[in-house]
Ligand binder design. Structure first.
Ligand code: SF4
Length: 172
């Protein structure tokens, strides 16, 4: 594989993966994608349909990102629904990415991350400090995906990761 032959465009999902696992980030970026089939993703979709049936509006951005949103008091609010808050930093930065992307296209929005199983909600607003951190993170992601495959290192989250078999074979 030519490691330098990579797509320079970073997505919101990849920003989230940066804070979870660099191997996962690299695999996803290089189109080795297994998440769609994974049980966790199915549970997430089910949660959305059951708990938020009215949040049906979807922003499709260049077929790259699909964001759920609602309008409240004339304000656009992007929604993300997550199963647990264990990866909160990853969720926050993914939302910063979406808000920054929208702002660059002259769309003002704020974010809400919902944790329905915990009855929690986090409201997210972008500011200059968060933007600076986000842009530094994007540069680090570009470096990671342009370099060679980062060897997997087993950690707690591996057992819930769709790539576990890819990374470790049948090892448990
Ligand atoms: S199985 Fe573990 S090391 Fe492999 S991509 Fe998933 S989280 Fe990363």
């Amino acid at each position: 594989m030519n490691y330098r032959n990579f797509n320079n465009r970073v997505t919101g999902v990849e920003v989230g993966y940066y804070f979870i696992c660099h191997t996962k980030l690299w695999l996803f970026h290089h189109n080795i994608q297994m998440e769609r089939e994974h049980e966790n993703v199915k549970i997430g979709k089910q949660l959305h349909e059951e708990r938020y049936p009215r949040v049906k509006k979807e922003l499709n951005i260049r077929n790259k990102m699909k964001l759920d949103f609602i309008e409240r008091d004339g304000e656009l609010i992007v929604h993300e629904i997550k199963k647990s808050n264990k990866m909160e930093k990853s969720h926050f930065f993914q939302m910063y990415f979406y808000l920054d992307y929208l702002e660059k296209h002259n769309v003002e929005a704020t974010g809400e991350i919902h944790y329905p199983l915990l009855n929690k909600k986090k409201s997210i607003k972008l500011d200059e400090n968060k933007k600076t951190k986000l842009h530094k993170t994007i540069n680090k992601i570009k470096k990671i995906v342009s370099e060679k495959f980062p060897n997997p290192e087993r950690k707690n989250i591996c057992k819930k990761c769709a790539y576990e078999e890819f990374c470790f074979g049948t090892e448990t």
